[in-house]
Write a protein that binds this ligand. Structure first.
Ligand code: OTU
Length: 591
């Protein structure tokens, strides 16, 4: 209560006005005009105050939501791109100050753009004052972390824990000297320099509430809750997605809403599909009462399936997986995306693979070989990430342009191949712009930025090839979007066309339902978006390599049929109720 009082009293008039506006239109973030952009501040414009000069650029793209990657003070040296925070109340001086952040949030808002930043809530850097105090013998701060005197319990936990970064951070515990005579084993899920916080300790819960509210009072509108699934541990489980995680997030939602009703919480939960919708408030057990949890969550399954379908040149697995996934609750929204700063992890279960007669591991290996370019005839220029010799697992790094074949076509100077690569990219983004939710454009995708060849130049990054798909913004290249026929113009126009069409199509707004349409050719991926008592919109796409002719009634017999094609790609069209879809072709249809 004291924390709430403190922050409620400190909330500015301006932000209270925002709260009132949002309360009058609580589903504002579901609007069809929403388009997100995701960037590292330093790699986008160098410093925070440089972003103001790029607001026009963002508006040209149709952006209404900007996620700036971690920018609070990180530990020195390797800090995983800012995910090891040393101080939640300071901005990394390399990009600016708290005052700059506040000014930027206001400027963006004045331009119709909501600012989102990360709250790294599962762990702090071991250089954070709490961890430093714990190491110096402060018992209260020691109790912020999860530590053990010996390996007994860690060994028991390890039996069911997975390793997120097996290559550069094997195991989940780190022996730290100086916390008792023989040192202590500290819970470190991700890296040895990231100490997991102990959310069984109410002091930790309240500290993190303060972190959230302080950022909300600076004008941040959306908080991305990093690694949220990991905040509650239970022996004998993988220590992800425990019921208490949902109870804690539900409490955070309720408490932040008292002080800052306009604040949105976004779950970064890269978890199996049956676990995901609970982060948006879907019931944990059948019959549970209505619960408000996060407003937004990443639709990781859609992302994985887009890449899987592209390589497999068919849409069956994607259709089965997405049809089996629960709907996002009516008052929430997905963040849909093609690429992000992380690797692509092939979260495809044995059951899902078997639904199309495939072996889970064979398919995963195929995707890894395909996107790392090892597979014969692959157009992709990615790389394997965190290859695990024990489990055979690996994930994929690479930018959209490099994974889609744009890099390959440019290197080979092959115009026809470039056309096809651009169609691949357009198809993937066309799905994320139509699926419902906030489509996120990952910085550089809009001008087709390829992998950063110098990604390993900074020794702190050299063991982590995710840096290859975190290039610096190439502003001279971005200028070329004005030159007709340039690569940048061709790519950029994909995004402006999708954003403009979306903004004029209330059917694509979040809320409502997605029905996956599975009757039809294996190579199709099709769905209908529906809001109660309204006509739906349909997307029909062809992931195959042959032209397909489709009759809408073959896809959807129990509904009004589409009458109009509002947007299409790769020469697809609908004439007299017949849809013609060349390879990688797609249509958005309405009544
Ligand atoms: C997140 O990702 C960030 O996106 C990563 O960049 C960080 O390295 C990581 O947290 C640690 O801070 O495992 O492979 O379910 O999957 O938190 C990426 C959520 C990750 C986790 C996710 C994590």
């Amino acid at each position: 209560m004291a924390t709430l009082d403190e922050f409620a009293a400190a909330r500015s008039d301006e932000l209270q006005q925002l709260d009132l506006r949002r309360e009058a239109e609580p589903m504002w973030f579901q609007h069809e005009r929403m388009v997100g952009y995701v960037a590292y501040a330093d790699r986008f414009t160098g410093r925070l105050d440089g972003i103001a000069d790029r607001i026009d650029y963002l508006r040209e793209l149709g952006v209404t939501y900007l996620h700036l990657m971690p920018l609070l003070l990180p530990r020195p040296g390797d800090n995983d791109g800012g995910y090891a925070v040393a101080d939640y109340d300071q901005v990394d001086p390399a990009v600016g100050s708290m005052a700059d952040l506040e000014a930027l949030a206001r400027q963006l808002r004045e331009n119709g753009i909501s600012l989102c930043i990360d709250v790294v809530m599962n762990h702090t850097a071991r250089e954070h004052p709490w961890a430093v105090a714990a190491q110096a013998g402060d018992a209260a701060k020691h109790a912020y972390y999860i530590t053990f005197p010996d390996r007994t319990l860690p060994d028991q936990y390890e039996e069911t824990l997975r390793e997120v970064f097996p290559e550069f951070a094997p195991g989940n515990f780190t022996l730290v000297d100086g916390m008792g005579a023989t040192g202590r084993w500290v819970w470190t899920t991700f890296n040895e320099f990231k100490w997991d916080l102990d959310y069984t300790n109410p002091d930790v819960f309240i500290e993190m509430l303060g972190v959230m509210l302080r950022l909300a009072n600076r004008g941040i509108e959306v908080l991305r809750l990093d690694a949220a699934p990991f905040i509650w541990k239970r022996l004998g489980t993988d220590c992800e997605n425990q019921p208490e995680v949902h109870h804690l997030l539900t409490a955070y939602r309720a408490l932040t809403a008292i002080v800052a009703p306009s604040l949105l919480l976004k779950a970064e939960a890269i978890v199996p599909r049956e676990e995901l919708v609970a982060y948006l408030g879907a019931e944990l057990e059948p019959g549970d009462p209505q619960r408000n949890e996060c407003n937004l969550a990443y639709n990781n399954q859609l992302m994985v399936q887009l890449w899987s379908s592209l390589a497999a040149t068919e849409g069956r697995l994607m259709s089965n997986v997405l049809a089996s996934m629960g709907q996002a609750p009516h008052d929430s929204a997905w963040c849909t995306y093609v690429r992000c700063h992380d690797d692509i992890g092939w979260a495809i279960t044995g059951e899902d693979a078997a639904s199309v007669g495939w072996d889970q591991f064979a398919h995963r290996d195929f995707l890894n070989e395909f996107y790392s370019g090892e597979f014969a005839m692959s157009y992709a220029h990615g790389a394997k990430f965190q290859e695990n010799d024990e489990t055979g697992d690996a994930r994929i790094s690479g930018t959209t342009a490099s994974l889609c074949g744009i890099e390959d076509a440019l290197l080979r100077n092959d115009d026809a191949a470039l056309d096809v690569a651009l169609r691949r990219m357009e198809l993937l983004y066309a799905v994320t712009f139509a699926y419902g939710g906030i489509p996120l454009v990952y910085m550089g995708d809009e001008i087709g930025l390829r992998n950063d060849d110098d990604w390993a130049a900074d020794p702190a990054d050299a063991d982590d090839n995710r840096w290859m798909h975190r290039p610096h913004m190439d502003w001279p290249a971005a200028e070329r979007r004005a030159i007709d026929g340039s690569l940048e113009q061709r790519v950029f126009s994909i995004f402006t066309r999708l954003a403009a069409a979306r903004a004029a199509l209330p059917e694509v707004r979040a809320g409502g339902t997605v029905d996956i349409l599975r009757q039809g050719d294996d190579r199709l991926f099709a769905f209908a978006r529906r809001h109660r008592r309204e006509n739906p919109m349909w997307m029909v796409s062809n992931f195959g390599d042959r032209t397909l002719v489709v009759k809408p009634q073959a896809l959807y017999t129990h509904d009004v049929l589409p009458a109009q094609c509002v947007l299409s790609g790769a020469g697809a069209q609908m004439i007299d109720d017949v849809i013609t879809l060349p390879p990688l072709g797609w249509v958005w249809l309405t009544r």
